[in-house]
Design a protein around this ligand. Structure first.
Ligand code: MRU
Length: 332
């Protein structure tokens, strides 16, 4: 993705490895400032996943791969490092997939940096394939809707839900994107709108609660990302995704999920078995550290919900666009 770093517009990724350190964009500071942070200890990288310095399932996966790379470079116990890194957040399948990938490569004697860089590069290539397949669904003049951030920031580069939009835009198609703000962490407002703005894609931020209203006025297609997709096609994504899928069904709007095969969890039969991360209630009750809720009211803060497969029109993957009943085709 292109972004201004200081006075310079650079082509940068969400996370990479440079001079012995893992470098990542601090996504908590966007869109106000683009700050890069550097880590050379795998436990600090784990903390960056936990506290959402970096976030989004495929970026979490690549960051975990780099954490394992640091652990290997420093001669740490890799089984312990794997358990530490995997405990950073529970829902994104890519975190677990990437750690398994690295254990496999490292046990085969691979160079740690080459293995982690290879994982990140593969992630980008998958997103490019998702972009090519998904762009075919986008027609001139369409009104699209997305939720949370499933763009370059969430996937090292390019994006999943935003990849078809990037490719369609590059092909000269004109379309409009509704980006829902995504309370409480505001990934839609602060990250998706920032990315669409950098690309010059026409868009508007809407409150989460306005999604069905705009669908009733005319939305042609919804594309979201995913954190974990069960074998039957039920999938976890940012809280509020299921509301959109239900409303889309009501209004007859195609609802697509864009995700690489690394997000599919073939060991999990249905969405009922997906672990949903519960985040601190202060994320709901406070804004910029100031309490806005009444004293004494508690808050609940599930980070994800599980949308039933029956509400999904198709999964846009690097292997093509699959109906929920076709998921078996990509099982490795
Ligand atoms: O809590 P986050 O910001 O990590 O949640 C991110 C999402 O829910 C994304 O939609 C999902 O990871 C897909 S990213 C391509």
């Amino acid at each position: 993705m292109k972004a201004a770093v200081g006075n310079e517009v650079r082509d940068i990724k969400a996370v990479w490895f440079e001079d012995g350190k893992v470098v990542m964009i601090d996504q908590r500071r966007l869109p106000h400032e683009l700050v890069l942070t550097r880590f050379d200890d795998y436990m600090d990288v784990r903390e960056a996943i936990r506290n959402m310095t970096t976030r989004g399932a495929p970026s979490i996966g690549a960051t975990a791969a780099y954490a394992m790379c640091l652990a290997a470079l420093k001669g740490c116990d890799l089984e312990k490092a794997a358990a530490d890194v995997q405990s950073a957040r529970p829902t994104a399948n890519d975190l677990f997939y990437a750690v398994r990938y690295m254990l496999d490569k490292l046990s085969g004697g691979a160079d740690p940096v080459a293995a982690a860089d290879g994982y990140a590069r593969l992630t980008i290539e998958k997103c490019e394939a998702i972009g090519r397949y998904g762009a075919e669904l986008i027609e001139d003049g369409m009104r699209l809707m997305t939720h949370c951030n499933a763009g370059a920031l969430a996937t090292v580069d390019v994006g999943t839900a935003l990849a078809p939009m990037r490719f369609a835009h590059a092909q000269g198609k004109r379309f409009f994107v509704y980006a829902s703000e995504t309370r409480p962490r505001l990934q839609g407002m602060q990250l998706t709108a920032w990315e669409l703005g950098q690309e010059g894609i026409d868009h508007a931020i809407i409150p989460d609660g306005a999604s069905a209203y705009y669908m009733s006025k005319g939305v042609d297609m919804i594309i979201v990302g995913a954190d974990r997709i069960a074998r039957n096609g039920d999938f976890a994504n940012k809280i509020g995704t299921m509301d959109k899928a239900i409303a889309a069904k009501h209004f007859g709007i195609p609802f697509y999920v864009a995700a690489p095969v690394s997000t599919f969890d073939f060991a999990t039969a249905t969405g009922a078995d997906i672990v949903i991360e519960q985040r601190p209630e202060e994320e709901v009750t406070e804004v910029a550290g100031i309490r806005i809720a009444p004293r004494g009211s508690k808050a609940l803060n599930p980070s994800f919900d599980v949308t039933p497969a029956g509400l999904v029109t198709g999964f846009i993957t690097e292997k093509g666009i699959l109906k929920p009943e076709e998921i078996g085709r990509v099982m490795g």
